[in-house]
Design a protein around this ligand. Structure first.
Ligand code: GAP
Length: 545
């Protein structure tokens, strides 16, 4: 079963070195995260898998790495200065700031048609502040999401040095269309891919790394003849869906959602969102838009754009004339994809039934926690939180010991931890969990931060240690990310590697010294086989390829 709450992932990520809150030493900075030793490996693997699939394995793609800082005029003519905004509203009572379109959607279960529709609902007091419940909200107004910065040593307070941290990597591709076309002698259709940081001053970031102000995009602009755009668009939708599924996302957690007319960006003719069923619900992983010829025209010299020095167009040999290609844009987030792989790969299950009396004791504690929640008034627990905790307590108590993994997930819930008796529940659950549950990250071998871990059966046996270290070194040279570990008993070491998603563990034992074979243990089947050292690198590489 994939993760049922983001807390499970946040807790694992922090505990095992995937993701840490940024600048925690100084109290942190809201919604910014640092990828730790395992997180950087995982995210790099996601980016590498994407690059390999969309650049190296195709004949119609080139790569690019454009600068983050660009001439401000790029953002003027792309339309971002005028329109890249979200509607924002303030609560007059508690002063919290919210995305007004999200409050509207939560209330009416549909997107607002316009700013006026949101404001009509605010006037009718139909929308409430989710923080304090007040319906005294200010009218929604557009809030531009681009971060401003100054270029050059002098801040004159004027706009002369003004630049933006790019809010998407796409524009770097559009303004380089002519450079790539000329230098690589490309014919239509062809595309340009880029991975890089993007920045948005989101009004309501949140859900861990799902929505942050600094993030990484993996974007493609694919240029086609007008008229060939619709077929190319559909082909990219299918290709990109398959990429996620091939790397392990369960099909039932992946869907394509056609954007409705009123959702479409001003440049888009059609857009399909690839969505993943995150623990907080279906949410966008990647948007695949048909941007028509909007961008190449917008950045070409014309009466509407006297600042551009040239035209972004293509000489079509067949028609013997210049045309402006249409653009298909599969735009993915590296952080969101990484989070989706973590959620989908997460698996915590009961592997051994605890003794009946221990289960009964835990059930009693959970029921007492439920009673304690029941007693709290709205000042202490928001009604929605109270309802959620009560439902969780009831479901867990009824299903123990099978619901032990759900209880362990609840252990990371900040609201549950505010109830005194929960400390006791948590302590007991964690002790039982340690012995009776198994946490495994079922990541695709190509994505796992560590591909293979090597253990000696005994750490005080120099010949085993020496051979183990040598095997680790050889595998590393063979291009497999490997680690050596002798800091615990084999069972404990397996457990540790399962939790971070290592697909293969190798144990070096006394037989290895005699016949040059080792035990290879598979994370998912837990099956073990003896493999000769001569075949080891090749056998493992074939499973990762
Ligand atoms: N060039 C088109 C474009 O930028 P988008 O839908 O705004 O389209 C594309 O962004 C992808 O970038 C999203 O599907 C998501 O994966 C990622 N993304 C966007 N905003 C994000 C944020 N605040 N935090 C993390 N990822 C984000």
């Amino acid at each position: 079963m994939p993760a049922t709450s983001l807390e499970q992932i946040v807790s694992l990520a922090k505990r095992r070195g995937f993701v840490f809150p940024s600048s925690a030493l100084y109290g942190g900075l809201g919604s910014t995260w640092d990828y730790g030793p395992l997180g950087v490996e995982l995210k790099n693997n996601v980016k590498r898998a994407w690059w390999r699939s969309v650049v190296h394995e195709r004949d119609d793609m080139e790569g690019l790495d454009a600068a983050i800082l660009m001439n401000r005029l790029v953002w003027k003519y792309s339309g971002h200065e005028a329109t890249f905004s979200d509607p924002m509203t303030d609560c007059r009572s508690c002063k919290a700031r919210h995305r007004a379109d999200q409050l509207f959607k939560a209330r009416f279960d549909r997107d607002p048609e316009s700013l006026d529709a949101i404001n009509a609902a605010i006037d009718a007091k139909e929308i409430k502040c989710p923080k304090c419940g007040s319906n005294e909200l200010t009218h929604a107004r557009p809030f531009n999401l681009m971060f401003k910065t100054m270029v050059g040593p002098v801040d004159t307070g004027e706009d002369s040095g003004l630049a933006y941290l790019r809010p998407e990597t796409a524009q770097g591709i559009f303004v380089n269309f002519g450079n790539v076309l000329d230098t690589m002698r490309r014919k239509l259709p062809f595309g340009i891919a880029q991975i890089g940081k993007a920045f948005r001053n989101e009004i309501t970031p949140g859900n861990f790394t799902f929505r942050t102000r600094e993030f990484e995009q993996m974007e493609i602009e694919y240029f086609v003849r007008p008229g060939e755009d619709e077929a190319a668009h559909q082909a990219w939708i299918d290709t990109r869906t398959k990429w996620y599924a091939d790397l392990g996302l369960r099909r039932e957690n992946l869907r394509q959602r056609e954007q409705e007319k009123h959702e479409l960006a001003h440049y888009a003719k059609r857009c399909v969102d690839l969505e993943y069923r995150f623990p907080m619900g279906w949410s966008e992983l990647e948007g695949i838009a048909n941007r028509t010829d909007f961008d190449l025209k917008a950045h070409s010299r014309s009466p509407e754009n006297p600042d551009a020095v040239g035209e972004l167009r293509y000489f079509d040999q067949e028609q013997k004339k210049h045309i402006v290609p249409y653009v298909i844009e599969p735009s993915a987030g590296a952080d969101r994809a990484t989070l989706a792989f973590l959620c989908d790969g997460y698996d915590e299950s009961l592997v051994k039934e605890p003794p009946t009396e221990e289960t009964a004791k835990l059930r009693e504690l959970v029921e007492s926690f439920g009673r304690s929640v029941e007693k709290r008034d709205a000042k202490v627990l928001e009604p929605a939180v109270k309802e959620r905790l009560l439902a969780a307590a009831e479901k867990i108590a009824a299903g123990l010991p099978g619901t032990l993994p759900d209880l362990l997930a609840l252990s990371d819930d900040a609201e549950a931890n505010r109830i005194e008796v929960f400390k006791k529940v948590r302590g007991t659950a964690e002790k039982l969990g340690e012995e009776h549950t198994r946490t495994v990250l079922r990541l695709h071998p190509r994505l796992a931060p560590v591909t293979v871990a090597v253990f000696p059966l005994k750490k005080n046996e120099p010949r085993l240690v020496e051979l183990g270290r040598a095997i680790k070194k050889d595998l590393q040279v063979a291009g497999l990310r490997s680690v050596y570990d002798d800091t615990g008993a084999i069972g404990k070491l397996y457990r540790r590697q399962d939790e971070i998603g290592t697909p293969f563990c190798i144990t070096v034992d006394f037989q290895s010294l005699d016949d040059r074979t080792v035990t290879v243990r598979d994370r998912d089947t837990m099956g073990q086989e003896r493999v000769g050292l001569g075949e080891l690198g090749g056998a493992l590489r074939s499973k990762v390829a």
